[in-house]
Design a protein around this ligand. Structure first.
Ligand SMILES: *[C@@H]1O[C@H](CO)[C@@H](O)[C@H](O)[C@H]1NC(C)=O
Ligand SMILES: *[C@@H]1O[C@H](CO)[C@@H](O)[C@H](O)[C@H]1NC(C)=O
Ligand SMILES: *[C@@H]1O[C@H](CO)[C@@H](O)[C@H](O)[C@H]1NC(C)=O
Ligand SMILES: *[C@@H]1O[C@H](CO)[C@@H](O)[C@H](O)[C@H]1NC(C)=O
Ligand SMILES: *[C@@H]1O[C@H](CO)[C@@H](O)[C@H](O)[C@H]1NC(C)=O
Ligand SMILES: *[C@@H]1O[C@H](CO)[C@@H](O)[C@H](O)[C@H]1NC(C)=O
Ligand SMILES: CC(=O)N[C@H]1CO[C@H](CO)[C@@H](O)[C@@H]1O
Length: 327
């Protein structure tokens, strides 16, 4: 390299530095390249996402920190159509990504793993298809993940269970199949797990009883099977291991439309926190057990099973009960 070339390069460098005062920062350029994949965007985005701005921080759906890095990107309900591009990996500061209620299609970009600070990911109610990226375990700060109402298929990768901060996982209304893996018990912070309306098979692993904070487990409308007691033996440990299992913090138990067999364990009727018990459309047998009168039970649906005997009179004392379906 000659001295002149070198000098020219240095000159160019300073010229660029001067110009960059008004040029759009890189997060803005990234957003525009995401936009370039979309086949429909509403005028509100098209008009505020102005390439001649120097920062994207006043653009619709965008929130920045003081350094003008994009922290939150929320495009809920904008009717956007198209692919969600791999360029998302450039938004290194992103903590919140919400694309809910749009028409995004194609696969969930695995490049999201490069947004390693992501805490909240909501891609619900789009047309995403393909599998949940195995590499998502790299999102070690993720607390909330919703991929519900899409067309995702394949198995739930066990790698998801290696994200220790996860508190809420919504995968419902997809085409997921295969089992719920026992390593789910690695999710010790889990509060809510919604897997309903998929094609999951096998049993609910008893290890789920180690998800000590679980309040809400929804797994209706799958092909799950096995005896309920096996599940309950562990669920009753949820917050507290007590001999009678009456100290679980379970609020809602919804296992409707599966193939569960056996009888409803008596612990259910003593679970004080339980507010919704929905076990309809299974193959449950036996009679309904007694229910403690201080239950918070508001809704109970055990219909379309093979339960015999009479409705226990103790149920009448559950004064909070507003809906009861037993047939
Ligand atoms: C955005 O607006 C411009 C000009 O109004 C238009 O040409 C373009 O097609 C719009 N882009 C999308 C994706 O709708
Ligand atoms: C995303 O935007 C919608 C609509 O403005 C709002 O209701 C929702 O709370 C936002 N979500 C997050 C996580 O900021
Ligand atoms: C998304 O899926 C729905 C339901 O199948 C379909 O009606 C709609 O046309 C799809 N949208 C796109 C953009 O493909
Ligand atoms: C994205 O993450 C992968 C895996 O951690 C890494 O190999 C790659 O270099 C990252 N890419 C960018 C652009 O940060
Ligand atoms: C569960 O967590 C332990 C401890 O963090 C880890 O060693 C193990 O690999 C995890 N197992 C799975 C299947 O994620
Ligand atoms: C049940 O849990 C509560 C707190 O959640 C605690 O105060 C109480 O002692 C526990 N009872 C039993 C029998 O373990
Ligand atoms: C038996 C048992 O685990 N009891 C615990 C129930 O929860 C309370 C409060 O969280 C603990 O103090 C008990 O030790």
């Amino acid at each position: 390299m000659s001295v002149i070339t070198l000098l020219l390069l240095i000159l160019c460098f300073f010229a660029l530095l001067l110009l960059s005062g008004s040029a759009l920062v890189s997060d803005g350029i990234t957003l525009l390249s995401l936009l370039s994949h979309w086949t429909f965007v509403p005028p509100i985005i098209n008009s505020t996402w102005n390439p001649s701005d120097s920062i994207p921080c006043s653009w619709v759906g965008v929130h920045c920190n003081h350094e003008h890095n994009v922290l939150s990107f929320n495009l809920t309900d904008h009717g956007i159509l198209g692919q969600f591009g791999p360029e998302i990996r450039q938004l290194h500061h992103l903590q919140t990504l919400v694309l809910a209620n749009n028409g995004f299609l194609g696969t969930v970009p695995s490049e999201l793993i490069n947004c390693s600070l992501l805490q909240l990911l909501d891609l619900s109610n789009n047309n995403f298809s393909g599998q949940i990226p195995y590499s998502f375990k790299k999102l070690q700060n993720l607390q909330y993940m919703s991929l519900s109402f899409n067309f995702l298929s394949g198995e739930i990768p066990d790698s998801l269970f290696q994200i220790p901060q996860l508190q809420e996982v919504n995968l419902h209304s997809n085409h997921l199949n295969g089992p719920i893996l026992t390593s789910i018990d690695n999710l010790t912070e889990l509060l809510r797990l919604d897997l309903h309306s998929n094609r999951l098979t096998g049993i609910i692993p008893s290890s789920i009883g180690n998800c000590m904070k679980l309040e809400d487990l929804v797994s209706n409308e799958n092909k799950l099977e096995g005896e309920l007691p096996l599940v309950m033996v562990n669920l009753k440990q949820l917050k507290n291991i007590s001999l009678l299992g009456i100290n679980s913090s379970l609020v809602k138990l919804d296992l409707t439309m599966n193939y569960f067999t056996g009888s409803i364990p008596s612990e259910v009727g003593r679970c004080e926190t339980l507010s919704m018990l929905i076990l309809s459309e299974n193959h449950l047998t036996g009679s309904l057990s007694e229910f403690a009168s201080n239950l918070n039970l508001k809704i109970m649906d055990v219909s379309k099973n093979r339960i015999s005997g009479t409705i226990p009179s103790s149920l009448e004392k559950c004064t909070n009960l507003i809906e009861k379906i037993c047939q």
